[in-house]
Design a protein around this ligand. Sequence first.
Ligand code: UD1
Ligand code: MG
Length: 449
Amino acid sequence: PMLEPYPAIPAFYSSLGFSLFAFIATIYLIPALGPTFINANLKGRDLLKIYDNPIPESMGLICASVYILSLIIFIPFAFSTPIREQVLASKPLEGITVPEFPHQQLSVYLSSLLSLVLATILGFLDDVFDIRWRHKLPIPIIASIPLLMVYYAEHGNTNVVVPLPLRSIFGTLINLGPLYYVYMALLSTFSTNSINILAGINGSEASQALIIALSVIVNDLLYLPWPVDFRIPLHLLGSPAEVEFGGVWSAGMAHGSRELVERHLLSFYFMLPLVAVCSAFLYHNWYPARAFPGDTLCYTTGMAFAVVGIQAHFSKTLILFFLPQIFNFLLSSPQLFGLVPCPRHRVPRFDRDTNLLHPSKALFLTPPAKVTTMILHIFSTLGFVELTVHPKTGVIFETTNLTILNFFLVRFGPLKEKSLVKVLICSQVTGTLLAFFIRYGLAWLVYDG
Ligand code: UD1
Ligand code: MG
């Protein structure tokens, strides 16, 4: 007899259980360990408050530890079916074919853990030593090498499906080869840093991570066979764009959908405890914050997203869940690349009298170069920034800092910190809805069915 078609489902429930446990552990440990962090000098001042008592910083370390530990404890459960099969194989039973132990999946799992641990170390070192950003950019790239190696070992796809209008020029598929690996390595740098630079108000980092993780889970659920009585017909969801996510469709429907299920199940197992620790942390980080995430939370969560995007072969869908971060990165680039002065903190300016946040500004000490002036004028026309120009010469001498948070304040006027974080959350949710529309709505227009 054949083994049941979707053997991994029972682990689903242990994953739920561990996540619940991770939630309870985090929500308890954050306040309990706050004083310990302050004693270790891991503390920061809340820049947008009138009081200045120290707030424990780098508390993302607790989230990361609980998260990684629950993923480690989960390993035997994730592989419970193959373990059972091996036990069966040791007792000779007639007519049963026992598959080999899935070493491949185990190496996927372990390399993911390795990358997560490396990202956590990097984040924590950054919190302690304040590493300069040009020094820390390449580190996630190195941390992603184990992932890329496993991707290679699995014969991961490096083809990209060409959208219909461009097919006459490029053909149906382009093989990016090594460039595809470069792209995946850059993805890990992007996902770790993009959350870190969209920060500075209470609840911002944790809520971004939470919404992205939930978006990934919703996307995974679309591919999972439901234990309840409505099975999503996989063949309806597998648009031809799936060819680029691992070439599984070319191998025939039955095999294709099973492999797809396994990949998305793995992603689900990595996201569920992340949702748990992020939501527990958000409870303590919500306005007025009693704990700060530090770069540790940004790096661990960012790497977790890169891990699932690469290992479950949906990196392009994943990028769509980062729309606010992409916007923030593009807007920030003149400051990141030195065209516009970049102060240590670009958080909004806090008005003590009204308790409102205003856009903060960057001051030019020397007149900006021509390119810079042009870029800033374009941004200003689009309503992204507010410029202060010299009344006679027209030379720009001040601009609002180039972040999405300042952009919201330029657009919607001065806001309370609590309202600004809600605007950010709304933009993240809208981004996700748009992402699903692009991925599953427009894919039919761009790729033939
Ligand atoms: C990034 C941003 C920086 C922003 C900072 C805020 C870039 C290039 N860097 O730097 O502009 O000011 O994040 O996190 O965009 N803080 C608060 N309230 C919060 C969270 C943080 O006041 O809700 C302050 C605290 O003083 C805390 C500090 O920000 O100690 C943490 O900053 P850190 O994460 O070290 O800054 P970067 O990630 O280097
Ligand atoms: Mg930071």
